[in-house]
Design a protein around this ligand. Structure first.
Ligand code: WT7
Length: 650
């Protein structure tokens, strides 16, 4: 961290916005003044960009912190705002989604098409007995039906819980059970790395342990054989046979819109709850402001998966609320070749690209000649999200994707914040490579020290949010106490984000990564405890400790230390076999994204006198550094034991 910090502080380059973009920008510097003068009036104006069936009586009710209510008394329908109003305004023929399947098949859906499908899906869900307030799990590949399923839930007031298609049956069933979901929407499978990748068997396994599930709706994507039970219904039979007439009812501004699970510092993921009016207000306004979206002319592409919050806010709700045209891609960036992303930019004339540092670093590794082989001249704005972007990757992105001239918006936010919080405004901010720069208008962020005191410029500490914001999480599903403890107890009256941050001499914010036991692997949140629990659930493991080690491509990589049970043979090949088995065991338990890069079999773990594992020392080992201070170890010889007895594996 300290080396990275020193590099960051030496970063003095700064890039003003292109004059042409600044002259036409959706949002200008006035927005900071307006929000500074009256934050609630500012958000009230942004809420006014949406169509409300009933206006609100009060902008913010903060009488019972940290439980916020925004736009109290207001009513609206999210799907109406994302679809019907664009069709009613005469834009039904505008393309909403240019979809590109991994095998190269394509679909084009206009706003009228998306509206029709969503109405049919809403009717089909209603026919299955889903009513407002019910929970619906969604476990789908990146196909248009994923957006349709989410919008159909929103349309009838059902709360969706999207589970990333890479999660295991256990992870899926835990999430279904936590929310008592009534229906799962899934597919036979999707395409990954050039071949069909099944989803339905995982759902079957999960649903076997989930009595709350009454129906499973299955989209046919790959056409592969699937097992069938009395609960199963084909999407193409149920949805495509349903009526396309559906009148959207308005819901209360605080009606639950979705639950999305994110890893915390314990093994149990947190169901982050977002509601209707405030969420849509901020998702829609930030898409308009940060991406400078011009719905008539832009082609926007966010490369995230719908299973993450980025897909919720910046594939589904933000862009569609603005009436934007976007690209949606099903597959991996190197299938069938490493230029696939740039080929898609070229083919659809993408003008705004929103992707993640881990992908940018991967592209860097693959070589400059790959993007150079495509026409990227349609691009006018680049975005980054998910983890701190190192200045080298930022500069590569600007040079090799952005022709050395495009603005980059490095957007800091979280599942919990619902929408972008800290980011440049592309027509206003002179950006610095590696800095998310300043809180957006209407957002009050700060960096504080251990005591919760604001640090001066040049100082570092913890990132906090000092005022409530419209798209803030409302609670952790079913666990108000954990909501209070996790986010509102570290510092009095402030939201604790769990990120380290630094203010530079100009007061600009640099994010420095997580300060808790959450790892950021390819921008995905994975808890060390979750991986540790998965490891000790294997019969050969007595104890395990997991750390996030710096990785040149994925940002952090999972490195695990495992103590084998007494009689386990770990010599030579047997040890290698066990390591392979354990890596697969974690992938099977939690999903492939949680598979450790490396597992080391060790005789002991370094612990303090109070029995706390000293991850700092394990990180030193994982990152091949000389060991830091070992004096607080209960048994200081343990590190020698670990270093000498290491049996590693990649
Ligand atoms: C954590 C939230 C935000 C959507 C995707 C991740 C890290 C996110 C940035 C950024 C530095 C970032 C933080 C945050 N993070 N964006 N631009 N610069 N760090 O959502 O899974 O809830 O993860 O991602 O550590 O706390 P998430």
């Amino acid at each position: 961290m300290s080396e990275a910090l020193a590099n960051l502080l030496n970063e003095t380059r700064q890039f003003p916005p292109p004059a042409a973009l600044a002259a036409q920008a959706n949002v200008t510097a006035d927005a900071y003044d307006e929000a500074g003068a009256d934050r609630l009036a500012f958000w009230e104006r942004q809420a006014g960009r949406l169509a409300w069936a009933r206006p609100w009586d009060e902008v913010l009710d903060w009488s019972n912190p940290p439980f916020a209510k925004w736009f109290v008394g207001g009513q609206l329908n999210v799907a109406y705002n994302c679809l019907d109003r664009h069709v009613e305004a005469g834009n039904g023929d505008r393309v909403a989604i240019h979809w590109e399947g991994e095998p190269g098949d394509t679909r084009t859906l206009t706003y009228a098409d998306l509206h029709r499908l969503t109405c049919q899906a809403a009717n089909a869900l209603t026919d299955l007995g889903v009513v407002a307030g019910d929970r619906v799990a969604i476990y789908l590949p990146m196909i248009p039906e994923a957006a349709v399923a989410m919008l159909a839930c929103a349309r009838i007031g059902a709360t969706h819980s999207v589970v990333f298609g890479g999660f295991s049956a256990d992870a899926l069933s835990n999430r279904i059970s936590d929310a008592s979901a009534k229906v799962v929407i899934t597919a036979d499978g999707g395409y990954r790395r050039g071949k069909p990748s099944a989803l339905k068997p995982t759902v079957d396994e999960a649903v076997a342990n989930c009595p709350s599930i009454e129906h499973v709706l299955v989209v046919r994507r790959t056409g592969e054989e699937v097992a069938w039970s009395a609960k199963d219904h084909w999407w193409h039979e149920a949805v495509e046979a349903a009526s396309a007439e559906h009148v959207a009812q308005p819901f209360d501004a605080e009606h639950p819109l979705f639950i999305l699970y994110t890893s915390g510092t314990t093994a149990r993921p947190k169901g982050i709850l977002h509601t209707t009016g405030g969420y849509l207000t901020q998702a829609a306004w930030t898409a308009h402001a940060v991406f400078d979206l011009k719905p008539e002319t832009d082609v926007y592409w966010c490369t995230a998966d719908i299973g993450w919050v980025t897909g919720h806010s910046y594939i589904v709700y933000g862009p569609l609320a603005n009436g934007a045209t976007q690209v949606m891609y099903e597959g991996t960036p190197d299938t069938p070749h490493k230029g696939r992303f740039w080929e898609i930019v070229d083919k659809y004339k993408v003008s705004i690209l929103y992707t993640a540092p881990t992908l940018i670093r991967t592209m860097m590794k693959w070589g400059d000649d790959i993007p150079a082989g495509f026409d990227l001249s349609s691009l006018r704005l680049l975005g980054s999200v998910g983890e701190p972007i190192n200045p080298e990757a930022w500069m590569w992105y600007r040079q090799h994707v952005g022709r050395g001239e495009l603005p980059i918006v490095d957007t800091w936010w979280q599942t919990e914040t619902g929408a972008i919080m800290i980011s440049p405004l592309p027509g206003v901010t002179a950006t610095k490579p590696g800095s998310a720069m300043t809180p957006l208008p209407g957002v009050v962020a700060d960096v504080v020290d251990d005591q919760g005191q604001s640090v001066p410029n040049g100082g570092g500490g913890y990132l906090v949010l000092r005022e409530p914001w419209p798209s803030m999480l409302r609670t952790i599903w079913g666990d108000d106490n954990r909501f209070i403890e996790t986010y509102w107890s570290r510092f009095e009256g402030m939201y604790f984000a769990g990120d380290g941050a630094k203010k530079d001499d100009d007061g600009h914010i640099w994010l420095l990564g997580r300060v808790d036991d959450v790892m950021l692997v390819s921008g995905h949140n994975i808890s060390t405890t979750e991986v540790e629990s998965a490891l000790v659930s294997h019969p050969s493991v007595a104890e395990a400790a997991v750390v996030g080690a710096t990785d040149p491509t994925t940002g952090q990589a999972i490195v695990a230390f495992a103590i084998p049970r007494g009689t386990t043979d770990i010599s030579g090949e047997a040890g290698e076999r066990l390591i392979t088995e354990l890596r697969n065991h974690v992938a099977k338990t939690l999903g492939p994204i949680a598979k450790p890069r490396q597992i080391m079999l060790v005789p002991e773990l370094p612990k303090t006198r109070s029995g706390k594992i000293m991850r700092r020392l394990l990180r030193d080992v994982a990152e091949n550094r000389s060991l830091g201070d070992v004096t607080t170890l209960q048994d200081s010889s343990v590190m020698e034991l670990i270093s000498s007895g290491l049996s590693g594996g990649k």
